[in-house]
Design a protein around this ligand. Structure first.
Ligand SMILES: [Fe+2]
Length: 347
Protein backbone atom coordinates (compact mmCIF):
# COMPACT_ATOMS: atom_id res chain seq x y z
CA UNK A 1 0.00 0.00 0.00
CA UNK A 2 1.32 3.42 -0.88
CA UNK A 3 1.11 6.22 1.66
CA UNK A 4 -1.70 8.72 1.09
CA UNK A 5 -0.09 11.85 -0.31
CA UNK A 6 -1.42 15.18 0.79
CA UNK A 7 -1.30 17.82 -1.91
CA UNK A 8 1.26 20.58 -1.31
CA UNK A 9 -0.26 23.59 0.41
CA UNK A 10 -1.33 26.36 -1.92
CA UNK A 11 0.42 29.63 -1.20
CA UNK A 12 -1.67 32.62 -0.17
CA UNK A 13 -0.94 34.59 -3.34
CA UNK A 14 -1.95 31.66 -5.57
CA UNK A 15 -5.11 31.01 -3.53
CA UNK A 16 -6.09 34.68 -3.87
CA UNK A 17 -5.49 34.45 -7.62
CA UNK A 18 -7.58 31.25 -7.92
CA UNK A 19 -10.45 32.87 -5.99
CA UNK A 20 -10.31 35.94 -8.20
CA UNK A 21 -10.52 34.02 -11.49
CA UNK A 22 -13.09 31.60 -10.02
CA UNK A 23 -15.58 34.48 -10.02
CA UNK A 24 -15.16 34.63 -13.81
CA UNK A 25 -15.58 30.85 -14.27
CA UNK A 26 -11.88 30.18 -14.82
CA UNK A 27 -9.63 27.72 -13.02
CA UNK A 28 -5.89 26.88 -13.19
CA UNK A 29 -5.15 23.79 -15.27
CA UNK A 30 -1.97 23.04 -13.32
CA UNK A 31 -4.05 22.12 -10.25
CA UNK A 32 -6.06 19.45 -12.14
CA UNK A 33 -3.77 18.43 -15.02
CA UNK A 34 -2.74 15.07 -13.54
CA UNK A 35 -6.30 13.92 -12.96
CA UNK A 36 -7.41 15.17 -16.38
CA UNK A 37 -4.59 13.44 -18.25
CA UNK A 38 -3.54 10.40 -16.17
CA UNK A 39 -0.82 7.96 -17.24
CA UNK A 40 -3.41 5.17 -17.63
CA UNK A 41 -7.23 4.88 -17.44
CA UNK A 42 -8.62 5.91 -14.04
CA UNK A 43 -12.17 4.60 -14.23
CA UNK A 44 -14.61 4.87 -11.33
CA UNK A 45 -16.12 1.60 -12.65
CA UNK A 46 -15.54 -1.35 -10.27
CA UNK A 47 -15.51 -5.09 -10.91
CA UNK A 48 -18.83 -6.57 -9.76
CA UNK A 49 -21.12 -9.56 -10.28
CA UNK A 50 -24.92 -9.54 -9.99
CA UNK A 51 -25.93 -13.12 -9.21
CA UNK A 52 -29.17 -14.39 -10.72
CA UNK A 53 -29.91 -16.19 -7.47
CA UNK A 54 -30.05 -12.86 -5.64
CA UNK A 55 -31.71 -10.71 -8.33
CA UNK A 56 -34.44 -13.08 -9.57
CA UNK A 57 -36.50 -12.88 -6.33
CA UNK A 58 -36.24 -9.06 -6.51
CA UNK A 59 -37.48 -9.10 -10.10
CA UNK A 60 -40.45 -11.23 -9.05
CA UNK A 61 -41.18 -8.83 -6.20
CA UNK A 62 -41.07 -5.92 -8.68
CA UNK A 63 -43.56 -7.88 -10.80
CA UNK A 64 -46.04 -7.80 -7.91
CA UNK A 65 -45.43 -4.11 -7.15
CA UNK A 66 -45.93 -2.50 -10.55
CA UNK A 67 -47.30 -3.46 -13.97
CA UNK A 68 -45.19 -3.22 -17.11
CA UNK A 69 -47.70 -0.69 -18.48
CA UNK A 70 -47.46 1.59 -15.44
CA UNK A 71 -43.68 1.29 -15.23
CA UNK A 72 -43.44 1.71 -19.05
CA UNK A 73 -40.41 -0.59 -18.64
CA UNK A 74 -40.22 -2.77 -15.52
CA UNK A 75 -36.47 -2.88 -15.09
CA UNK A 76 -34.01 -3.21 -12.22
CA UNK A 77 -31.06 -1.06 -13.23
CA UNK A 78 -27.68 -2.71 -12.67
CA UNK A 79 -25.72 0.13 -11.10
CA UNK A 80 -21.99 -0.24 -10.89
CA UNK A 81 -20.90 0.12 -7.23
CA UNK A 82 -18.45 2.82 -8.31
CA UNK A 83 -21.19 4.75 -10.15
CA UNK A 84 -24.21 4.56 -7.79
CA UNK A 85 -27.05 6.94 -8.54
CA UNK A 86 -26.00 7.36 -12.17
CA UNK A 87 -27.85 4.43 -13.82
CA UNK A 88 -24.62 3.13 -15.31
CA UNK A 89 -23.08 -0.33 -15.36
CA UNK A 90 -19.86 1.08 -16.83
CA UNK A 91 -18.80 4.70 -17.24
CA UNK A 92 -20.28 4.79 -20.76
CA UNK A 93 -23.09 2.22 -20.76
CA UNK A 94 -26.40 1.49 -19.07
CA UNK A 95 -27.72 -1.98 -18.28
CA UNK A 96 -30.75 -3.40 -16.51
CA UNK A 97 -32.80 -6.57 -16.13
CA UNK A 98 -36.29 -6.30 -17.59
CA UNK A 99 -39.20 -8.51 -16.51
CA UNK A 100 -42.33 -8.97 -18.58
CA UNK A 101 -45.05 -11.21 -17.20
CA UNK A 102 -47.49 -13.35 -19.23
CA UNK A 103 -50.08 -11.17 -20.95
CA UNK A 104 -48.23 -7.89 -20.36
CA UNK A 105 -47.33 -5.21 -22.89
CA UNK A 106 -44.54 -2.67 -22.55
CA UNK A 107 -45.89 0.18 -24.74
CA UNK A 108 -44.25 1.45 -27.91
CA UNK A 109 -41.82 4.34 -27.84
CA UNK A 110 -38.63 5.41 -29.55
CA UNK A 111 -35.48 7.22 -28.45
CA UNK A 112 -32.14 8.31 -29.79
CA UNK A 113 -30.38 5.84 -27.48
CA UNK A 114 -29.67 2.45 -29.08
CA UNK A 115 -30.61 -0.69 -27.18
CA UNK A 116 -29.73 -4.34 -27.14
CA UNK A 117 -31.71 -7.13 -25.51
CA UNK A 118 -30.05 -10.32 -24.41
CA UNK A 119 -32.51 -12.97 -23.30
CA UNK A 120 -31.80 -14.62 -19.93
CA UNK A 121 -35.02 -16.45 -19.03
CA UNK A 122 -38.17 -17.64 -20.73
CA UNK A 123 -39.28 -17.81 -24.33
CA UNK A 124 -42.09 -16.55 -26.50
CA UNK A 125 -42.19 -12.84 -25.62
CA UNK A 126 -41.66 -10.50 -28.53
CA UNK A 127 -40.04 -7.22 -29.41
CA UNK A 128 -41.50 -5.31 -32.33
CA UNK A 129 -39.13 -2.92 -34.13
CA UNK A 130 -40.57 -0.54 -36.73
CA UNK A 131 -43.41 -2.91 -37.50
CA UNK A 132 -41.42 -6.15 -37.47
CA UNK A 133 -41.97 -8.60 -34.67
CA UNK A 134 -39.30 -10.90 -33.27
CA UNK A 135 -40.06 -13.69 -30.81
CA UNK A 136 -37.22 -14.08 -28.33
CA UNK A 137 -35.65 -17.05 -26.61
CA UNK A 138 -32.78 -17.60 -24.16
CA UNK A 139 -29.42 -16.59 -25.63
CA UNK A 140 -30.89 -14.51 -28.48
CA UNK A 141 -29.40 -11.08 -29.14
CA UNK A 142 -31.90 -8.47 -30.37
CA UNK A 143 -31.28 -4.86 -31.45
CA UNK A 144 -33.60 -1.88 -31.24
CA UNK A 145 -31.74 0.76 -33.28
CA UNK A 146 -31.67 4.46 -32.48
CA UNK A 147 -35.00 6.24 -33.17
CA UNK A 148 -36.99 3.12 -34.08
CA UNK A 149 -40.35 2.50 -32.44
CA UNK A 150 -40.27 -0.60 -30.26
CA UNK A 151 -42.67 -2.36 -27.92
CA UNK A 152 -42.53 -5.63 -26.04
CA UNK A 153 -45.25 -8.16 -25.23
CA UNK A 154 -45.43 -11.55 -23.60
CA UNK A 155 -48.14 -13.82 -24.99
CA UNK A 156 -46.40 -16.87 -23.47
CA UNK A 157 -47.37 -18.51 -20.18
CA UNK A 158 -44.10 -17.81 -18.34
CA UNK A 159 -42.26 -14.72 -17.12
CA UNK A 160 -39.51 -13.41 -19.40
CA UNK A 161 -36.35 -11.66 -18.34
CA UNK A 162 -33.76 -10.07 -20.54
CA UNK A 163 -30.75 -7.86 -20.03
CA UNK A 164 -31.03 -4.43 -21.61
CA UNK A 165 -27.85 -2.68 -22.74
CA UNK A 166 -28.06 0.96 -23.86
CA UNK A 167 -25.66 3.75 -24.76
CA UNK A 168 -27.54 6.17 -22.45
CA UNK A 169 -24.44 7.75 -20.81
CA UNK A 170 -22.70 8.20 -24.19
CA UNK A 171 -25.74 9.97 -25.65
CA UNK A 172 -26.06 12.02 -22.46
CA UNK A 173 -22.48 13.31 -22.64
CA UNK A 174 -23.21 14.40 -26.22
CA UNK A 175 -26.52 16.06 -25.17
CA UNK A 176 -28.33 14.27 -28.00
CA UNK A 177 -31.24 12.68 -26.12
CA UNK A 178 -34.66 12.52 -27.76
CA UNK A 179 -37.66 10.33 -26.87
CA UNK A 180 -41.18 9.97 -28.19
CA UNK A 181 -44.13 7.81 -27.18
CA UNK A 182 -46.11 6.11 -29.94
CA UNK A 183 -49.81 6.82 -30.35
CA UNK A 184 -50.62 3.16 -29.72
CA UNK A 185 -49.27 0.58 -27.25
CA UNK A 186 -48.47 -2.12 -29.78
CA UNK A 187 -47.31 -1.62 -33.33
CA UNK A 188 -48.99 -3.14 -36.31
CA UNK A 189 -46.67 -5.97 -37.28
CA UNK A 190 -46.74 -7.35 -40.78
CA UNK A 191 -43.50 -9.31 -40.80
CA UNK A 192 -41.76 -11.54 -38.28
CA UNK A 193 -38.18 -12.60 -37.61
CA UNK A 194 -38.15 -15.26 -40.33
CA UNK A 195 -38.50 -12.46 -42.84
CA UNK A 196 -35.64 -10.47 -41.25
CA UNK A 197 -33.40 -13.56 -41.14
CA UNK A 198 -34.24 -14.43 -44.75
CA UNK A 199 -33.33 -10.95 -45.94
CA UNK A 200 -30.14 -10.40 -43.97
CA UNK A 201 -29.21 -13.55 -42.03
CA UNK A 202 -27.72 -15.69 -44.82
CA UNK A 203 -24.69 -13.64 -45.95
CA UNK A 204 -26.99 -12.21 -48.63
CA UNK A 205 -29.14 -9.08 -48.85
CA UNK A 206 -32.04 -7.89 -50.99
CA UNK A 207 -30.75 -6.46 -54.28
CA UNK A 208 -32.51 -3.14 -53.71
CA UNK A 209 -31.23 -2.74 -50.12
CA UNK A 210 -29.98 0.75 -49.20
CA UNK A 211 -28.72 1.28 -45.66
CA UNK A 212 -30.70 3.90 -43.73
CA UNK A 213 -28.50 3.82 -40.63
CA UNK A 214 -25.23 2.43 -39.31
CA UNK A 215 -27.11 -0.20 -37.31
CA UNK A 216 -27.40 -3.72 -38.68
CA UNK A 217 -30.56 -4.33 -40.73
CA UNK A 218 -30.53 -7.80 -39.11
CA UNK A 219 -31.94 -7.20 -35.64
CA UNK A 220 -32.36 -10.78 -34.38
CA UNK A 221 -29.38 -13.08 -33.85
CA UNK A 222 -30.76 -16.42 -32.65
CA UNK A 223 -28.69 -18.30 -30.08
CA UNK A 224 -29.05 -21.58 -31.95
CA UNK A 225 -26.92 -20.29 -34.81
CA UNK A 226 -24.34 -18.57 -32.60
CA UNK A 227 -23.95 -21.66 -30.41
CA UNK A 228 -23.51 -23.94 -33.40
CA UNK A 229 -20.84 -21.66 -34.88
CA UNK A 230 -18.87 -21.64 -31.62
CA UNK A 231 -19.15 -25.43 -31.23
CA UNK A 232 -17.84 -25.88 -34.78
CA UNK A 233 -14.86 -23.60 -34.09
CA UNK A 234 -14.13 -25.42 -30.83
CA UNK A 235 -14.10 -28.77 -32.60
CA UNK A 236 -11.51 -27.62 -35.11
CA UNK A 237 -8.84 -25.57 -33.34
CA UNK A 238 -7.20 -24.78 -30.00
CA UNK A 239 -8.76 -21.98 -27.95
CA UNK A 240 -7.16 -18.54 -27.74
CA UNK A 241 -5.14 -18.34 -24.52
CA UNK A 242 -7.25 -15.47 -23.12
CA UNK A 243 -10.71 -15.57 -24.69
CA UNK A 244 -11.20 -19.16 -25.87
CA UNK A 245 -13.40 -19.09 -28.98
CA UNK A 246 -14.88 -15.65 -29.48
CA UNK A 247 -17.02 -14.15 -32.23
CA UNK A 248 -18.30 -10.62 -32.60
CA UNK A 249 -21.77 -9.84 -33.93
CA UNK A 250 -21.64 -7.98 -37.23
CA UNK A 251 -23.78 -5.88 -39.51
CA UNK A 252 -24.13 -8.35 -42.42
CA UNK A 253 -24.36 -5.54 -44.97
CA UNK A 254 -21.03 -3.96 -43.99
CA UNK A 255 -19.07 -6.51 -41.97
CA UNK A 256 -18.71 -3.82 -39.27
CA UNK A 257 -20.20 -3.76 -35.79
CA UNK A 258 -23.87 -4.72 -35.41
CA UNK A 259 -24.48 -1.47 -33.49
CA UNK A 260 -22.54 1.78 -33.98
CA UNK A 261 -22.03 2.48 -30.27
CA UNK A 262 -22.06 -0.96 -28.63
CA UNK A 263 -19.83 -3.90 -29.54
CA UNK A 264 -21.38 -7.32 -28.89
CA UNK A 265 -19.68 -10.69 -28.60
CA UNK A 266 -20.28 -14.34 -27.76
CA UNK A 267 -17.53 -16.69 -26.63
CA UNK A 268 -17.15 -20.32 -25.69
CA UNK A 269 -14.67 -21.39 -23.02
CA UNK A 270 -13.89 -25.11 -22.79
CA UNK A 271 -14.28 -27.00 -19.51
CA UNK A 272 -11.23 -26.50 -17.29
CA UNK A 273 -10.13 -23.36 -19.23
CA UNK A 274 -7.51 -21.26 -17.44
CA UNK A 275 -7.33 -17.99 -19.35
CA UNK A 276 -4.29 -15.73 -19.47
CA UNK A 277 -4.47 -12.17 -18.13
CA UNK A 278 -6.25 -9.80 -20.51
CA UNK A 279 -7.13 -6.14 -20.42
CA UNK A 280 -8.61 -3.59 -22.77
CA UNK A 281 -9.77 0.00 -22.56
CA UNK A 282 -13.42 -0.92 -23.12
CA UNK A 283 -15.05 -1.74 -19.78
CA UNK A 284 -16.99 -4.91 -20.58
CA UNK A 285 -20.28 -6.37 -19.36
CA UNK A 286 -20.61 -10.16 -19.42
CA UNK A 287 -23.80 -12.23 -19.19
CA UNK A 288 -23.47 -15.96 -18.59
CA UNK A 289 -25.50 -18.18 -20.91
CA UNK A 290 -24.10 -21.59 -19.97
CA UNK A 291 -21.54 -23.06 -17.59
CA UNK A 292 -19.76 -22.23 -14.37
CA UNK A 293 -16.43 -20.64 -13.62
CA UNK A 294 -14.88 -17.48 -12.31
CA UNK A 295 -13.41 -14.19 -13.38
CA UNK A 296 -10.23 -13.40 -11.48
CA UNK A 297 -9.86 -9.64 -11.43
CA UNK A 298 -7.71 -7.50 -9.15
CA UNK A 299 -7.95 -9.01 -5.68
CA UNK A 300 -11.33 -10.56 -6.44
CA UNK A 301 -12.66 -13.81 -7.80
CA UNK A 302 -16.17 -13.43 -9.24
CA UNK A 303 -17.76 -16.92 -9.35
CA UNK A 304 -20.25 -17.09 -12.22
CA UNK A 305 -23.20 -19.32 -13.13
CA UNK A 306 -25.95 -19.08 -15.78
CA UNK A 307 -27.83 -15.72 -15.96
CA UNK A 308 -25.25 -13.92 -13.81
CA UNK A 309 -24.00 -10.56 -15.07
CA UNK A 310 -20.53 -9.23 -14.28
CA UNK A 311 -18.44 -6.25 -15.28
CA UNK A 312 -14.71 -5.90 -16.00
CA UNK A 313 -13.54 -2.26 -15.86
CA UNK A 314 -11.24 -0.55 -18.33
CA UNK A 315 -7.60 -1.61 -18.27
CA UNK A 316 -7.82 -3.83 -15.18
CA UNK A 317 -6.32 -7.25 -16.06
CA UNK A 318 -8.61 -10.25 -15.64
CA UNK A 319 -8.55 -13.99 -16.23
CA UNK A 320 -11.49 -16.22 -17.14
CA UNK A 321 -11.55 -19.75 -15.72
CA UNK A 322 -14.16 -22.49 -16.05
CA UNK A 323 -15.27 -25.63 -14.22
CA UNK A 324 -17.70 -26.50 -17.03
CA UNK A 325 -17.84 -25.58 -20.70
CA UNK A 326 -19.16 -22.02 -20.61
CA UNK A 327 -20.72 -19.58 -23.04
CA UNK A 328 -20.54 -15.84 -22.31
CA UNK A 329 -22.25 -12.96 -24.07
CA UNK A 330 -20.56 -9.58 -23.65
CA UNK A 331 -20.90 -5.95 -24.70
CA UNK A 332 -18.84 -2.77 -24.46
CA UNK A 333 -18.24 0.62 -26.09
CA UNK A 334 -15.44 -0.77 -28.30
CA UNK A 335 -16.93 0.51 -31.62
CA UNK A 336 -16.84 4.08 -30.28
CA UNK A 337 -13.28 3.77 -28.99
CA UNK A 338 -12.10 2.24 -32.27
CA UNK A 339 -13.83 4.92 -34.35
CA UNK A 340 -11.93 7.52 -32.30
CA UNK A 341 -8.58 5.65 -32.43
CA UNK A 342 -8.66 5.21 -28.64
CA UNK A 343 -9.04 1.46 -28.16
CA UNK A 344 -6.16 -0.57 -26.72
CA UNK A 345 -5.78 -4.12 -25.46
CA UNK A 346 -2.92 -6.01 -23.83
CA UNK A 347 -2.38 -9.71 -23.08
FE1 LIG B 1 -36.97 1.76 -25.21
Amino acid sequence: MSAVLTPPAVSADRRAFYEKIDGGNCTPLWEVLHSLVPAAPQTPCKPYLWSWEKVWPWLQEAGALITAREAERRVLVLENPGLRGQSRITHSLYSGLQLILPGEIAPAHRHSQSALRFILKGGGAYTAVDGQKVTMNVGDFVITPSWTFHDHGNPSSEPMVWMDGLDVPLVEILDAQFMEKAGQDAQHTERDQRDNLARFGNTMKPVEYQARSRTSPLFWYPYERTREALATLAAGEDPHSCWGYKLQYTNPATGGWAMPTIGTFMQLLPRGFRGGAYRSTDSTVYAVVEGKGRCRIGEESLAFAPRDVFVCPSWLPYRLETDEESVLFSFSDRPVQQALDLWREAF
